[in-house]
Ligand binder design. Structure first.
Ligand SMILES: Cc1cc2nc3c(=O)[nH]c(=O)nc-3n(C[C@H](O)[C@H](O)[C@H](O)COP(=O)(O)O)c2cc1C
Length: 179
């Protein structure tokens, strides 16, 4: 798929998934896409854990549902971790780093025919959820769990949200200018 086509095709899927497992080779491609993202001062603050043990995925989904996530459990997912270390002086870019990695992951997921959703709000809703996920996945204390991205083949086409008009958000040469 052409990269522009993949970017336009990506959307947040919260519906049911098929039971079909995600092959490890696809998970590896998705992880590699995430790690290929740029990072501030090349600090590479983002780490990833692919989860394909159904009990673990279900337990994580249960936790985030408790925080209001409306989606279904998937056959696999990626847990996104960050190390909150400075890029230089007191400048921190870890948030930008993991956001870039997540978008790469979501695009790779889409290109491979899967669906996903960037679940961060309902992972970081309370530190208890983050701690519980960290415990489940044996994550050391210097890493923070920031997001979970379910991965699977969707059972049905999800609904795309409404986006604001192009002309309200993107311009040429000057703010508000179409030319
Ligand atoms: C930083 C961030 C946090 C998000 N957290 C959640 C979340 O916790 N739960 C959820 O269902 N969607 C979450 N989303 C997905 C957004 O709701 C979604 O991207 C937005 O509604 C636009 O829809 P689209 O992804 O289909 O284009 C998050 C997205 C971002 C960028």
């Amino acid at each position: 798929m052409d990269v522009i086509e993949v970017i336009k095709k990506r959307y947040s899927y919260r519906g049911p998934y098929q039971n079909t497992p995600v092959p490890r080779e696809d998970l590896k491609k998705i992880l590699e896409a995430g790690l290929a993202a740029p990072s501030g001062c090349n600090k590479q603050t983002t780490s990833l854990i692919a989860v394909d043990n159904p009990e673990l995925v279900n337990s994580i989904t249960k936790l985030i549902k408790k925080n209001g996530f409306s989606g279904q459990s998937a056959p696999a997912g990626i847990c996104v971790l960050t190390q909150k270390i400075p890029a230089y002086d007191d400048k921190y870019f870890y948030m930008q780093d993991y956001s870039a990695a997540i978008e790469n992951i979501l695009l790779a997921v889409t290109a491979l025919g899967y669906a996903s959703c960037w679940i961060e709000g309902q992972v970081t809703e309370d530190s208890e959820t983050q701690k519980q996920i960290a415990n489940m996945l044996n994550i050391p204390a210097e890493y923070t769990v920031v997001a979970f991205l379910p991965i699977g083949i969707p059972k049905a086409e999800g609904r795309r949200p409404k986006y604001k008009a192009f002309s309200e958000r993107a311009w040429v040469n000057a703010f508000g200018s179409a030319t």
